[in-house]
Design a protein around this ligand. Structure first.
Ligand SMILES: *[C@@H]1O[C@H](CO)[C@@H](O)[C@H](O)[C@H]1NC(C)=O
Ligand SMILES: *[C@@H]1O[C@H](CO)[C@@H](O)[C@H](O)[C@H]1NC(C)=O
Ligand SMILES: *[C@@H]1O[C@H](CO)[C@@H](O)[C@H](O)[C@H]1NC(C)=O
Ligand SMILES: *[C@@H]1O[C@H](CO)[C@@H](O)[C@H](O)[C@H]1NC(C)=O
Ligand SMILES: *[C@@H]1O[C@H](CO)[C@@H](O)[C@H](O)[C@H]1NC(C)=O
Ligand SMILES: *[C@@H]1O[C@H](CO)[C@@H](O)[C@H](O)[C@H]1NC(C)=O
Ligand SMILES: CC(=O)N[C@H]1CO[C@H](CO)[C@@H](O)[C@@H]1O
Length: 917
């Protein structure tokens, strides 16, 4: 939808540096003297898991560090001792912390570069005592003798390391003496110690540190001895070196897919703001995936929902800096990126299977103004036979922007519109915001009256509902950490559904967004609102554009729960939809947190109608693939600003391949639905959507694999080619699953595009002509009415024939496309069910088919079937890459007619020259 913005006033004092300081990445070896002691004792404590214990190698001492110690620390390995940005650090301030001060050039603009104030090698940290064996691993205490410069150090910590599976290690550090807030995610517990782990772990006792290595290669994945550990009540910090500079994830941020390690500080605190580089955005995902140097891959998840920073620096190294909770790490050893993600999602949960219609094309706009006008667009789309699965409305349907109301003047015919959509096999999705208007006369607005009665709103420190201001004016905020709130939300939705039988819900503004900082009464002066360390969040305050951190929710204080607001609302919404409709829920949420995929998809927020925003959408989509939220897409053609016909055409082509495809526009700008353009543009858009619709059986099957085991749908190239380093930074192309490569045009005024084709045969999806790439960039023709789609050798794609109906799942016959490998093999699969019932896989109400080509024979094997299988008929098979014309083709033993087309192997330059690009 929209955010209410005043961008200029609250630009933070930090942005990413790197692009302009031109420093090369530096992979220097860590200086030897630092922990010069090396390995002193070795103890193989546990069967299968090697535990190394490093000896006494670091002596904590206070005072001004001698300069020689300081200057010998390479710049890339300086860990910032003065991350506060409210003050420019001076020698005095720095040395008061016992840190090294070496000033340099203050980076231009607001960027921060090499720290001036950094930890000396002997800065006090924790000491690890003896380790006891536990059922799943080891446990020990960490103690700190010297205080840090933050209040309330936790002086005794408990470390527990659990070898949960062969590929998964769990490291938890928390207060040894009293419980602290922990993220309420129900992670399935491990029950048995890993027998043959892919990792080894070593401990450094003094100062405490841990080193995780990949057993097979010896690669050091984590080494936390590089900087001191902090664990104060509101300042936790742990640093590690990284085995490479290839780091992905760490969202939600707008950046290239591959993160910059040039002193890049990323902040995590859910925030309503149009996506901008270096800002904390709507969602929070403290997870990264790293490629090692030999194509192996690992992932790290810090299960912590507090505000935090992650600092990436060129060593390469990474620092986690949360301001609460505990240090609860899961480390996933892959070894390939697909496995890393499966292992991550075993912890956070697998994404929901979307209804089939959810994968169709969605259309929305803020400012249709009336239900009749909304209806006109639907009719225009039908008239041009442009596929449309669902029509949406933004907040203009509401009466005074209040949830669960309809503007009876302007949207009086909404129920009829929805009925008409349903008659045409189409669906209706509407927006809801969490803020509940608090100013209606008592007795006139059930949601507020009843919410108040049931005590389900978030309270201020005064024990009364906290009042902020959102679209309807003054509002209270439902506390979704309270199960009574879920019941109240369900009752509201149920009442509303009997008025407007919506099929899905769009939950917006759920960071939660608030147009006044904190509340109408401001915030308290307590530590939660004024923490000793404020991460570099936009607005420099945790209450900026949201509610007070001190506010009270059932499960904890908002300080801890803020980043979970969207997750908890999505959970309540999905469960209400199931109860109301009895079918698979369809929810799209703006804010998100790990495990969100179980309840909702996500759109990338209030992007602009600009080429750059279209470019950024691919890293956005790919990052959410890493976060276990495969149902994701950007607003096609851009949300704010007016699009141009060319941009919108290219964006519709790209958007036809977002896993979640919605064209959405703001009010008071030019219309951008396909029916608004010239016949040529409209046709190009329609063609792109028809390709999507043809491929829906393939897409649906990919979603099944995501739901089943956490495979990605929109997939980065390096997931399939992890040994090809050239793929590591590609984010202008992506794959669908393993077999379909998308190469969109992302700039104006061109009719060709350069794309990278990993080694192997790639077939043009439309013609079957092929190119044999040695792993190279190829320039290919891309006229305005065309998006390049290539099929990878060895793939069988189930596609569907388009019938007269533009609805999804119309039971049209399948057309299989087999793209042969150089050895003339191929395989593929199809998951099929009724498209909307709950838990079809768990209940066995589905069909699953595997297709295979080998030795000139195509076979289709039904591995599971039930009534759903009767929906599947195949009426055509195309085989790409048949080198000689066959004499006969038989189907189940009977000879059948066929056509054979000689496909010219496209010469890459020629193919382009022919069309003049
Ligand atoms: C871990 O880091 C310390 C400090 O930089 C270094 O001395 C040590 O050699 C590293 N250990 C490994 C296994 O890389
Ligand atoms: C390890 O075991 C000893 C002896 O039972 C006990 O005193 C100590 O508290 C244990 N340490 C941890 C971290 O559990
Ligand atoms: C919407 O259309 C209906 C039927 O055509 C008409 O009766 C109604 O007055 C229209 N409403 C508005 C607000 O234009
Ligand atoms: C908020 O205050 C209401 C009374 O105004 C109370 O019923 C409710 O339990 C409080 N909720 C929390 C989480 O403190
Ligand atoms: C309130 O939170 C606690 C702790 O998270 C939880 O156990 C309890 O079920 C919650 N109460 C309700 C009514 O949701
Ligand atoms: C395809 O069929 C061949 C020969 O029967 C078999 O060896 C191969 O495993 C099959 N491949 C798949 C993916 O089922
Ligand atoms: C199209 C576009 O600009 N996408 C960006 C929208 O914002 C998200 C952040 O929410 C970015 O990740 C996308 O890159």
């Amino acid at each position: 939808m929209k955010s209410y913005q005043k961008l200029t006033a609250d630009v933070p004092q930090i942005t990413e540096s790197g692009e302009d300081d031109g420093k090369p990445l530096c992979h220097q070896k860590l200086s030897a003297w630092w922990l010069g002691g090396g390995l002193l004792t070795v103890a193989a404590l546990l069967s299968g898991v090697t535990v190394w214990v490093l000896g006494q190698i670091w002596w904590g001492q206070h005072g001004t560090p001698p300069l020689t110690k300081c200057v010998s620390i390479p710049e890339s390995l300086r860990f910032d001792c003065f991350p506060e940005r409210s003050t420019v650090v001076t020698r005095e301030l720095c040395e008061a912390r016992g840190c090294c001060f070496v000033d340099g050039d203050w980076p231009s603009g607001s960027a921060r570069g090499v720290p001036w104030c950094f930890y000396p090698p002997d800065f006090p940290s924790y000491t690890l005592g003896s380790l006891n064996e536990t059922e799943l691993g080891v446990r020990g205490f960490l103690t700190r003798k010297a205080k840090t410069y933050y209040p309330r150090d936790v002086v005794k910590l408990q470390l527990s390391v659990e070898f949960e599976t062969d590929a998964r290690l769990h490291v938890k550090i928390t207060d040894a003496t009293k419980p602290r807030y922990e993220v309420p995610l129900d992670v399935p517990p491990a029950t048995k110690r890993a027998e043959n782990p892919l990792y080894t772990i070593e401990f450094s006792k003094e100062p405490f540190g841990l080193i995780v290595k990949r057993k097979s290669s010896g690669t050091v994945l984590l080494n936390t001895t590089v900087a001191p550990l902090f664990f104060a009540d509101q300042f936790l910090q742990i640093s590690t070196v990284l085995p490479s500079t290839f780091i992905y994830g760490l969202g939600e941020h707008r950046s290239n897919f591959l993160h910059s390690l040039e002193w890049n500080t990323l902040t995590f605190w859910a925030r309503d703001v149009p996506p901008t580089e270096s800002f904390n955005l709507y969602g929070v995902h403290p997870f990264y995936l790293a490629m090692e140097r030999d194509g192996a891959s690992h992932g790290v998840f810090l299960m912590n929902s507090n505000a935090m920073e992650v600092v990436l620096q060129p060593a390469p190294a990474l620092t986690w800096r949360p301001v609460g909770g505990i240090l609860d790490f899961y480390i996933f050893l892959g070894p390939d990126p697909n496995l890393v993600l499966q292992q991550y999602q075993q912890v956070i949960g697998f994404p929901a299977m979307p209804p089939f219609w959810g994968l169709g094309f969605h259309l929305c706009r803020w400012g249709y103004g009336t239900s009749n006008e909304t209806w006109e667009i639907v009719k225009a789309m039908r008239n041009f036979q442009i596929p449309q699965a669902a029509q949406w409305n933004d907040i203009d349907y509401m009466d005074g922007y209040r949830d669960f109301t309809i503007d009876s003047q302007k949207f009086g015919t909404l129920p009829q519109l929805v009925e008409d959509l349903h008659k045409h096999g189409q669906h209706y999705v509407m927006i809801l915001d969490p803020g509940i208007s608090s100013t209606q006369p008592p007795g006139s607005y059930w949601p507020y009256d009843e919410g108040l009665k049931r005590g389900i709103f978030i309270n201020s420190t005064q024990g009364k509902p906290l009042i902020g201001k959102v679209w309807p004016g003054f509002t209270a905020f439902p506390d979704f950490s309270n199960l009574n709130t879920h019941q109240w939300w369900l009752e509201n939705l149920d009442r509303f559904h009997s008025l407007v039988p919506f099929d899905g819900l769009w939950i917006d503004m759920n960071e939660p967004s608030n147009f006044v900082d904190g509340s109408t009464a401001g915030c308290s002066q307590e530590e939660l609102d004024k923490p000793p360390y404020v991460p570099a969040v936009l607005g420099n305050s945790l209450s900026a554009k949201t509610i007070c951190a001190s506010s009270r929710q059932n499960a904890s204080v908002h300080y801890n729960l803020h980043n979970l607001y969207g997750l908890m609302e999505a959970k309540a919404t999905a469960s209400a939809l199931v109860k109301i409709r009895g079918k698979r829920p369809f929810v799209i949420s703006r804010s998100s947190f790990p495990s969100q995929g179980r309840y909702s998809g996500h759109w990338l927020g209030d992007n602009r109608s600009e080429w750059k925003d279209m470019v950024c959408s691919i890293p956005g989509v790919l990052s959410f693939s890493l976060f276990g939220i495969p149902l994701v897409g950007a607003d096609i053609c851009g949300f704010s600003g007016s699009t141009s016909e060319e941009l919108c055409t290219r964006w519709m082509q790209l958007g036809a391949f977002y896993p979640f495809a919605r064209n959405h526009n703001t009010q008071d700008v030019k219309a951008q639905d396909p029916s608004a353009f010239s016949p040529a543009a409209r046709t190009a858009m329609k063609t792109a959507l028809e390709v999507r619709y043809a491929l829906l059986p393939y897409l649906y099957s990919l979603f099944h694999r995501a739901h089943l085991q956490g495979d990605t749908v929109a997939r980065p190239l390096f997931f399939e080619f992890p040994k090809d380093v050239a793929t590591y930074s590609i984010d202008r192309q992506f794959l669908w699953g393993r077999g379909l490569l998308l190469t969109p045009v992302l700039e104006p005024g061109v009719n060709s595009v350069i794309g990278y084709f990993p080694r192997g045969l790639w077939y043009d999806y439309y013609t079957g002509s092929s190119v044999n790439s040695s792993g190279e960039n190829l320039k290919i023709a891309a006229p305005l009415d065309h998006i390049n789609v290539h099929v990878r050798e060895g793939t069988i794609l189930p596609t569907q024939k388009l019938g007269g109906s533009t609805s999804v799942g119309s039971g049209n016959a399948l057309h299989l496309i087999a793209a042969l490998s150089q050895n003339a093999n191929a395989w593929g699969d199809l998951y099929w069910d009724d498209g909307e019932s709950l838990d079809t896989f768990a209940k066995g109400d589905y069909s699953y088919l595997v297709f295979n080509v080998t030795q000139n024979t195509f076979t289709s094997t039904v591995l599971h079937s039930n009534a759903g299988a009767t929906y599947v008929t195949v009426d055509a098979l195309s085989v790409y890459g048949v080198r000689e014309e066959p004499k006969t083709v038989t189907v189940n033993g009977k000879e059948r007619p066929f056509t054979y087309l000689t496909n010219q192997v496209t010469d890459r330059q020629l193919g382009c020259a022919a069309s003049g690009c």
